[in-house]
Design a binder for this molecule. Structure first.
Ligand code: SF4
Length: 190
């Protein structure tokens, strides 16, 4: 089984979420607050962006658009894979959202996954990623990506695979507030 950024984001919300959804195959009926899937609207927004100008600001020497990447554990669709002037590479992701002075952990997790996928597919180091907030006049945000960020995602991936393949019932999240609106709250023994 290959893991997507959404699997990892759900697992980080609560490991039991992974169990209910992918081991017991109980679908979720409620809208997830951390949903990262982008709306159709984004595509029309993207047409209005001066992408060459953004890439110039970043110092891009080559670009690869809409890359569907896989490795032995992960898969994901990266809006842009950029080769930078220092020889490293970086993912760039468009967000159909306003920038609220706070970088969501979910967005960072996505970039970490893309970094791992780019390194395994292109053989180049990734130590940063970029977000473009299309609803904030295409605000460009640079996000550092460290080795420990990549290790963290790799560790999560292994734990998710173990929950699914070994039918392992994991511990509940320690953030009890998350249970209040959780779609699985009525069947979850806490
Ligand atoms: S009810 Fe709480 S512990 Fe159970 S799956 Fe939902 S968030 Fe996790």
């Amino acid at each position: 089984m290959s893991i997507t950024p959404s699997h990892i984001i759900e697992y980080l919300f609560c490991p039991r979420y992974t169990y209910f959804e992918y081991v017991l195959c109980i679908p979720q009926f409620e809208e997830k607050y951390y949903k990262v899937i982008k709306g159709r609207e984004l595509h029309s927004d993207r047409l209005k962006i001066n992408r060459d100008y953004l890439r110039q600001r970043i110092g891009v020497t080559e670009k690869y658009l809409d890359q569907y990447l896989t490795n032995e554990n992960l898969r994901g669709q990266v809006d842009e894979v950029l080769l930078l002037s220092d020889g490293t590479m970086a993912p760039l992701d468009y967000k159909f959202a306003e920038y609220k002075e706070k970088l969501f952990e979910t967005y960072k997790t996505q970039l970490y996954c893309y970094a791992i996928l780019i390194e395994s597919n292109y053989g180049k180091e990734v130590c940063k990623g970029f977000l473009v907030y299309t609803r904030s006049r295409n605000k460009l945000l640079e996000v550092n990506i460290t080795d420990s960020d990549k290790r963290f995602v790799n560790d999560c991936t292994k734990e998710i695979v173990s929950i699914i393949n070994d039918n392992y019932f994991p511990k509940a999240t320690k953030y009890k507030l998350r249970c209040v609106n959780c779609t699985y709250r009525n069947i979850c023994v806490k």
